[in-house]
Design a protein around this ligand. Structure first.
Ligand SMILES: Nc1ncnc2c1ncn2[C@@H]1O[C@H](COP(=O)(O)OP(=O)(O)O)[C@@H](O)[C@H]1O
Ligand SMILES: [Mg+2]
Length: 405
């Protein structure tokens, strides 16, 4: 099977998927705007060949370049793990007559209004929602959703330009920020715990599913710098709300027409016990979530994905053994890291459960926490018991401090 991967070196975990596909026997080709020498080693090891293009977004140049590149190459599949290139992948499928998500289906994953319309029709419990392209339309939409509400871009990512509105005054306050966004969706605000539902499917069957809990909800995590947000991959998915989420997410996949590949969904569990759909992307989750999956079950999700894509099955036994938590840290102060406090006692107390410490070293420049959830680094741990996992994670959130100046 010849697979073309768009941007095989980015984001973070894509190189492992590329290597996995090659290990499963696929001939993997890449196209991207990263110079070949910038592509991380695992991807290079997996790639049979790579077409470097200066501008990946210019269809009129990229399509002929791809045609001329290897005239005898018959591409069977196009894989895209990067949200920004989903439409490009769909357009290339059309140009080269390759099965997979079409441009029309891709819109269901990229446009949060179309997504809700399709899912409402399929009977999925969505927040009340309306699209708006002017302040007057937002106002009308707010009549329909009521307060509190969420306003977010129709095609957003990473909680960018997403606002919770508790009142009319909040709406007035965010108006200047909303001006630059052409189209938004306004939604009923759902109060509850936020989870993911991440799947690998083949022929409409889910072969692997993983659930992570966001602590706190992603919007709060991405808007309050002083917090140490965490994501916890959960061991025990037997509670009824997880079963309901599974049924809801299966309906969503079918309705949107993703019968093959990775999907990353988000959903809420409200205090009343209701399960409500958040959103969906036709790719694996970001933030190094593959690692969390691997440590949950002591397996290799990159390989499992590749086996599913190339051979239509996952033959590794997958047992959920641990809760895995990743705690993202943001330094106090600006500039460069000059001290890291609190790790030593934690190592003494919980060392056996800590999997990885990947904090920025002393002297490193702080990252932009608004741009990257990873922020100034993370600590990852695992434990079979969820309460203990949360206790250790909390200890790390409260008592590890990076100082910058
Ligand atoms: N209707 C809603 N009710 C409550 N919170 C929401 C709602 N929509 C979005 N959010 C919050 O905002 C975050 C970002 O919104 P989301 O739809 O996931 O867009 P993005 O593509 O930016 O991830 C969500 O993870 C959630 O915390
Ligand atoms: Mg989201």
């Amino acid at each position: 099977m010849n697979i073309l991967v768009i941007q095989p070196g980015f984001p973070n975990e894509v190189p492992y998927f590329v290597r996995g596909l090659a290990r499963q026997g696929a001939a993997v080709f890449g196209i991207g705007d990263q110079p070949p020498q910038a592509i991380p080693e695992p991807a290079r090891a997996g790639l049979r060949d790579y077409l470097y293009v200066k501008n990946l977004w210019q269809r009129e140049a990229v399509i002929p370049a791809l045609r001329q590149w290897r005239p005898d190459l018959k591409i069977h599949r196009i894989d895209c793990f990067w949200e920004a290139a989903m439409e490009l992948a769909a357009d290339l499928r059309v140009a080269f007559n390759i099965p997979g998500l079409t441009p029309e289906k891709t819109r269901g994953f990229r446009d949060k209004h179309i997504m809700r319309q399709v899912l409402n029709q399929a009977g999925v419990r969505n927040p009340r929602q309306a699209k708006a392209e002017s302040f007057a339309q937002i106002e009308a939409a707010l009549e329909f959703t009521g307060y509190p509400a969420i306003v977010k871009p129709v095609a957003g990512a990473g909680s960018a330009d997403t606002y919770r509105l508790n009142s009319r005054q909040d709406f007035e306050r965010v108006k200047p920020a909303l001006k630059k966004i052409a189209a938004v969706v306004v939604e009923e605000f759902i109060t509850g715990t936020e989870y993911t539902f991440d799947t690998i499917s083949v022929n409409g069957h889910i072969l692997f599913a993983n659930v992570e809990r966001y602590e706190p909800n992603m919007l709060i995590a991405r808007s309050q710098e002083h917090l140490s947000p965490m994501t916890i991959s959960l061991r025990d998915l037997s509670a009824p709300h997880f079963q309901e989420a599974r049924a809801m997410c299966t309906t969503a996949l079918n309705a949107l027409g993703l019968d093959r590949g990775f999907a990353h969904m988000e959903w809420f569990h409200t205090e009343k016990g209701e399960v409500v759909f958040g959103e969906i992307a036709a790719r694996p989750p970001g933030g190094d979530a593959g690692m969390l999956m691997n440590y949950t079950s002591d397996f290799d999700v990159y390989n499992a994905y590749a086996e599913a894509m190339v051979h239509g099955r996952i033959s590794q036994a997958i047992e959920r053994k641990y809760n895995v938590a990743i705690i993202f840290k943001r330094a106090k102060g600006n500039g460069r890291i000059h001290a890291i406090e609190g790790m030593q006692p934690l190592r003494k107390k919980w060392g056996a459960h800590i999997l990885k410490e990947d904090l920025l070293p002393i002297g490193a420049k702080r990252r932009d926490w608004r741009q990257t959830l990873i922020s100034d680094g993370y600590i990852m741990l695992r434990h079979p018991n969820l309460d203990t996992t949360l206790q250790i994670a909390d200890d790390i959130a409260q008592n590890v401090t990076l100082w910058a100046r």
